[in-house]
Ligand binder design. Structure first.
Ligand code: NAG
Ligand code: NAG
Ligand code: NAG
Length: 124
């Protein structure tokens, strides 16, 4: 019975093409994120992660447009530092299921970039 359920679940998951992202409304940077990627709504293009170093918090969500960089649309996956109103933060954007997983984003750009390239290849 369990095996059947598992097969059904895998079948359903792999037949759905919606993007999956980690979705965390308000996370604590000192606590590892154990969330599972969730299916984004139709039209979602990228996953984002917004980090607030001042408060040591983060949030993660789906984004229904492509990544931007320096205000330009359709950018590759990237992280940008933001410091406004005395708040130090970073915004990371990436393409691909569950790509906004890691709370640290040092290696993310490399992974995100290759995912972006792969998605770009598939888009052609
Ligand atoms: C984050 O977690 C740490 C350790 O559990 C705690 O000391 C801190 O108050 C938490 N910060 C926030 C913003 O919840
Ligand atoms: C995002 O980028 C893809 C591939 O470059 C493009 O086909 C799509 O129209 C873009 N979507 C938006 C909402 O900008
Ligand atoms: C962004 O901020 C982090 C943490 O303060 C720092 O380590 C990193 O070098 C900064 N990156 C850029 C591109 O400014």
């Amino acid at each position: 019975m369990i095996r059947v359920l598992l097969l059904v679940t895998v079948g359903v998951v792999s037949s759905v093409e919606a993007l999956k992202c980690h979705v965390v409304a308000a996370g604590n940077l000192t606590v590892p994120d154990t969330s599972q990627p969730q299916e984004c709504g139709l039209g979602s293009m990228a996953c984002v992660k917004i980090i607030d170093f001042t408060r040591n918090t983060y949030s993660k969500q789906c984004q229904n447009m492509n990544c931007t960089m320096n205000g330009l649309p359709n950018a590759v996956a990237n992280c940008q530092n933001t410091s406004t109103f005395g708040m130090n933060g970073a915004t990371c954007c990436c393409y691909g299921d569950g790509c906004n997983a890691a709370p640290h984003f040092g290696s993310l750009s490399v992974v995100g970039l290759s995912v972006a390239i792969v998605s770009a290849l598939f888009a052609i």
